[in-house]
Design a binder for this molecule. Structure first.
Ligand code: VTB
Length: 319
């Protein structure tokens, strides 16, 4: 069964309002307040939608997150059963410091079709390639770049790889550098990093590196509609991580997940800009109007577009 198209606009409204709520804290150097505003708003709005919704990726477990915790039931309880992954404020640093790239993100699927990703790191790779064997987490960097270079008919020096700027990526970055690959280093925000492979206009051919597991699932939901490739492998470092993973039903802790194992069936993905980035513009104020831009994807109808919302009603508590 597909997710009804009517939900696209409703969910885009949820991320738009969360973005607007968080926008109030842009540049205020307060990551927690910026996040809380987005979380509050998202929860409020989700609870008004006619769904039996369950948060499968959220702000953490009940003891650490009073709202949008993993397992929380949202919606009016009158409608289809759906699983929801949220990142109300992706890029808390960006919002707190008024830097480009803060987003409010959400992905939904029918019940049991979104991978319940533990809050741990994930090794990721994505590219706009839907043929098997071109890119793979198990290949060396060299092999991935050579294969991609052949596939795209571009020399390695004309390939651009996006990766987060982290000490843990030193080896990968050196390897790319040696091959003459252009590197687009991002400081945070690997949901949008992974999505930069979806369109030539972003000038990114491959996304690599280790970031948050939940962010990997969110990106995979959109990448599926764009027919791009994505693979992820969780990294469980502490014993606590490993115990939690087992509890969540993950048997093989070193498994490499293909996109289709992370995302099944129909999905809707929405990412609204809080501050502007390559992907979407941030919240804009024109006269008395708040304007938002949201990237939306809907797998079953093939919709993938950026929509603008004008005159978003700002919930009173965020005025
Ligand atoms: C990423 C990125 C986030 O955390 O998942 C990253 O998407 C991973 O954690 O925007 P480290 O910062 O520990 O590398 C963020 O940068 C912040 O939540």
């Amino acid at each position: 069964m597909a997710l009804d198209k009517k939900f696209i606009d409703q969910f885009a409204d949820v991320t738009s309002k969360a973005a607007l709520a968080s926008y109030k804290f842009v540049g205020k150097k307060d990551k927690i307040a910026a996040d809380k505003a987005a979380v509050d708003s998202m929860r409020n709005e989700l609870n008004q939608i006619n769904i039996k919704g369950k948060i499968v990726i959220g702000e953490g477990e009940l003891d650490e997150a009073p709202m949008l915790y993993i397992g929380e039931i949202v919606g009016t309880n009158n409608g289809p059963e759906i699983d929801i992954a949220v990142d109300p404020l992706e890029g808390t640093n960006f919002a707190a410091n008024n830097l480009p790239g803060a987003l409010s993100v959400m992905a939904v699927a029918e019940k049991n079709n979104l991978f319940n990703a533990p809050e741990t790191y994930m090794e990721k790779i994505s590219a706009n390639v839907n043929e098997k064997g071109v890119i793979d987490l198990d290949f060396t960097i060299k092999k991935n770049i050579f294969n991609l270079s052949e596939f795209l008919n571009k020399k390695p020096e004309n390939i651009t790889a996006c990766i987060m700027n982290r000490p843990r990526h030193k080896k990968i970055i050196n390897e790319l550098n040696k091959m003459g690959v252009n590197i687009k280093l991002i400081s945070d925000g690997d949901v949008s990093g992974a999505l930069l492979v979806t369109d030539d206009k972003y000038g990114v051919d491959i996304f690599l590196g280790t970031g948050g597991g939940p962010e990997g699932v969110l990106a995979a939901a959109a990448l599926d509609t764009f027919n791009c490739n994505f693979q992820g492998r969780f990294l469980f470092v502490t014993d606590e991580d490993k115990i939690r993973a087992k509890k969540m039903g993950i048997k093989d802790l070193t498994k490499k997940y293909q996109l289709k194992e992370i995302i099944k069936g129909d999905t809707i993905f929405c990412a609204t800009g809080i501050t502007s980035s390559d992907l979407v513009s941030g919240i804009k104020i024109e006269k008395d109007e708040y304007i938002s831009e949201t990237l939306i994807t809907h797998k079953s109808s093939g919709i993938k577009k950026i929509i603008k919302k004008f005159k978003i009603d700002r919930p009173k508590q965020y005025l």
